[in-house]
Design a protein around this ligand. Structure first.
Ligand code: SF4
Length: 279
């Protein structure tokens, strides 16, 4: 049987991640003082480990980077963390993705206009935590079932974690409609996320096996795995080529590959080569 391997038409490192990686590589080469990232620069443990080999370490607070160069992660940091970083560090490089900044601006504008801000996203995720201080009193809603817990209010303003799926946003908004006189939605799901998800669904609907590559803590990779698994029961999420089990591929005519937004092209190539070697 001829086995085909196909990579989703949109997969892997997005604009925000490529920008952050360029910034950190430049800083590692040119900074006269040690370089750190505030939290993991991106949610890909293998990339973070490669950066550590180049001397770039992860710190948990600006205080740990006093006098050094500090990169603010792609998912964003709180205004308080940024203020402390600018006061203490030799240099602060803001690698926050511009699409994440759009969420902050939208939350802050809705707050100023008197809306009760609702952030549709994962409570505790760094992006969501960095968004909340921009709209004091904002609440996080993970899915429609959590809407019933919200206090009644006149005006609700919604922003969305950039990596959420559109279908979850639609379910939450529909549940919110009965809870306020006015519901205003600023759809801040980023283009890379929706592009990756659409391409993943298109391929998973045809594939016998789907391999999803990306960090286990990466929100957008987890979402791709969920989307693929709904359409292709033989879906496997791996962080790298060494986790591939050749028995997963038994009898497959079409093997699909997709990858989260924090997965560099080199990791996709390595998995493709491992699949070629296994079939
Ligand atoms: Fe930016 Fe979107 Fe990439 Fe997140 S997934 S870093 S928001 S481009």
């Amino acid at each position: 049987m001829v086995v085909h391997i196909q990579i989703a038409s949109e997969a892997g490192a997005c604009y925000g991640v490529e920008r952050a990686l360029r910034m950190v590589e430049d800083a590692a080469k040119t900074s006269p003082v040690p370089v750190h990232t505030l939290g993991p620069l991106i949610h890909n443990p293998r990339v973070v480990a490669d950066l550590a080999l180049k001397g770039v370490t992860v710190v948990d607070s600006p205080e740990e980077s006093a006098g050094d160069t500090l990169l603010l992660r792609t998912h964003g940091v709180t205004p308080n963390e940024e203020r402390r970083a600018r006061k203490l560090c030799h240099d602060v490089l803001d690698a926050t993705c511009p699409f994440v900044k759009k969420v902050h601006l939208a939350a802050s504008r809705l707050y100023r206009e008197g809306y009760q801000v609702v952030v549709v996203g994962e409570a505790g995720h760094p992006e969501v935590e960095a968004t909340l201080p921009h709209a004091p009193g904002a609440v996080v809603v993970g899915d429609a079932s959590e809407v019933a817990d919200l206090p009644a209010c006149k005006k609700i303003g919604v922003v969305v974690q950039t990596t959420q799926s559109r279908s979850n946003l639609e379910r939450v908004v529909s549940a919110l409609l009965g809870r306020a006189e006015e519901v205003r939605v600023v759809n801040t799901i980023c283009d890379a996320t929706s592009g990756h998800q659409g391409a993943c669904a298109e391929l998973a609907a045809r594939a016998d096996v789907m391999i999803v590559i990306g960090g286990r803590i990466s929100a957008n990779t987890k979402r791709l795995t969920e989307i693929a698994a709904e359409l292709c029961p033989r879906t496997y999420h791996i962080e790298g080529a060494d986790e591939l089990d050749p028995s997963w591929l038994d009898g497959a005519g079409l093997i699909g590959i997709t990858a989260g937004a924090s997965t560099p092209a080199s990791q996709i190539d390595a998995v493709r080569s491992a699949i070629e070697a296994a079939i």
